[in-house]
Design a protein around this ligand. Sequence first.
Ligand code: MG
Length: 371
Amino acid sequence: MKIESLRTHPLTVPIGDLQRTSQGSFGEISILVIEITTDDGITGFGECLARSAPKAYAELVHDRLEPRLLGADPFAVEAIWQNCFRTFTGRSGGVLIEAIAGIDIALWDIMGKALGQPIHRLLGHMGRERVTAYASSIAWVADDQAVQQIEHALARGFRQIKVKLGAPVEAALARAAMVREVAGDEIRLMADANWVFDLDDAARVARGLYDLDYFWFEEPIVPEDLRGYELLRQRVPIRLAAGESEHTAAGAAPLIASRSIGVVQPDVARSGGITETRKIAHLAHANHVAYAPHVGASGAICAAASLHLAAAMPNFLTFECMVFPNPLKDELTTLIPGDPDQVVDGGVAVPSGPGLGIEVDRTALKRMAAN
Ligand SMILES: [Mg+2]
């Protein structure tokens, strides 16, 4: 079996104000969908996290990566990954790894389809047909809108909810307290600051969250401030979570090995696909750190790949189930992977069909094509 052709589908959709964070609203979001076909007619789909400029990602894929793929064995994901990683000289940057991610996911989809098995079985699964999930996220919007979002998540059956926090400290703590009051004491709550605080303000928020029995405090400070994460961990009792901004296992290693965080959150569409994200999860496992996949504003292919990893990683903790309307997730496939309207016992189903176990809707690819 050989890789015969590669197509790219740059997609962009409007997303409105419903998922406002401390860093503002998206307005519109993009992904790049990768489609790879083999000489015996198997087609695999992958997704690159490409929040903007998806056509630039497509250009990179066709110009630099496609020549390295054509004719290769799609089962050789490790060799292909390393070959693509060496595309540029020097230290490879984030955009390249995000481009590789989409290719890698498509190759895992092909492997699963060729063998007639879902990807989590190829990964050596943990026997999970469903995985624990949390509603993500209560946005950094006005109180009345936030209350509506909490009540909607509870009505859908979620028992774990994440809330976005913003500055200043007083506003963040007021929001955290309000969410605890509305959700009640039985619901597990997490908070995500999207790195809006400095170290000292983060420590103040962290103590308040701990008193409100929050389970984790996510990205309190900028992702590159590794020393800050170490210091914060020493100063506050609450579990810290981060890693959605990392691209590789080598990049995530200091955060994990220092034990600054209790939960690592790589995004499979950013962190080099299934091949590299699995390494991050295993590295975390070896360092007694939990793995909770990041999905964020990504699309259905990212969600499906994340569910397969969730089903197979021994240190999986909880799945980020996005609850705001997002056509890239809700309309790209015939069934929604990790559907927030199909929550049972606080969890969502792992796709069971071959490969990713999803069916990409080609009319949606056309409808959402980036201009
Ligand atoms: Mg986050």
